[in-house]
Ligand binder design. Sequence first.
Ligand code: PMV
Length: 328
Amino acid sequence: MRASARAHANIALVKYWGKRDSRLNLPAVGSISLTLKELFTETTVEFVATSDSDQFILNSQAASPEQSERVSRFLDLIRRQAGIDLSARVTSRNNFPTGAGLASSASAFAALALAASRAVGLSLSPRELSILARQGSGSAARSVFGGFVEMHRGERSDGRDAYAEPLADQHYWDIRLLIAVTDEGEKPLGSTAGMEHTARTAPYYPEWIRSSSADLVEMRTAIQKKDFTRLGELAEFSCLKMHALALSARPGIVYLNGTTVELIHAIRELRHRGTEVYFTIDAGPQVKVLCLPENARQVSDFLKNFPGVQRVLETTPGPGAHLMAEEA
Ligand code: PMV
């Protein structure tokens, strides 16, 4: 009753923000992402009869009560589906900073969904796994797959049509995503609370939802045609639209710090001087920079030398969630 899985983080090119149902974690909008090879979570789950509560070790330390509670609630879904009543020992490790807008919940819940479902003997299809992972974190539904991935908003109230699907695998198009880390601390407001607050108070929320399907259509086309200019411009647009929405909440949610804003200007300046680079930013102050392989070295050096940037992670398209061979 033990299994280990690895899942990779993903970064949204068309952003998800807002839930149409918070109990089932159904997104209010669809989204499109790129799964990243270099950032991943490895998780081992073992169900045991000898303990009466779950144990969760994250990055070699006992996880916080909130993190443990979230994992236990997720495991309840699997226990219910498998008809078992055993406690679990969960050990998880991220090879990148946790909770700082680097999509750790995406890789975490995709790895947990796969490891835990296999540990109880369930053999779920990728779509079923995506539906399960979604209930841990919306973006985790996308990390089940590699390469370019689309998450469907779905219409049904039971969430059976709110799953992710691959658009193109990790070998389809070699684009690069460089992550400029400006602050490694945990973000002040998690995405779930941020989304609820936005939906309740932001005047632009209805328009955000209405305008999202056009972005999805355009991004699908950009990926199909390998049109990097279109992909990059649209990724910036979707990112700024999401932040404008969060800023319009009351009180406004500001995920950006000074360095984030300086980088937005600097990246556009670099582009105007002839290097094709685009940014995207999630619910945290890190800046993710899209470029083509031939410009990766130049862009990476530029980011590393930028005041306020602590380090730069270089990523490429990566694979979907997969099981790992059992350790001895
Ligand atoms: O999956 P969550 O609940 O952590 O939300 C992710 C939200 C963004 O990262 C800001 C956007 C996205 O689509 O990944």
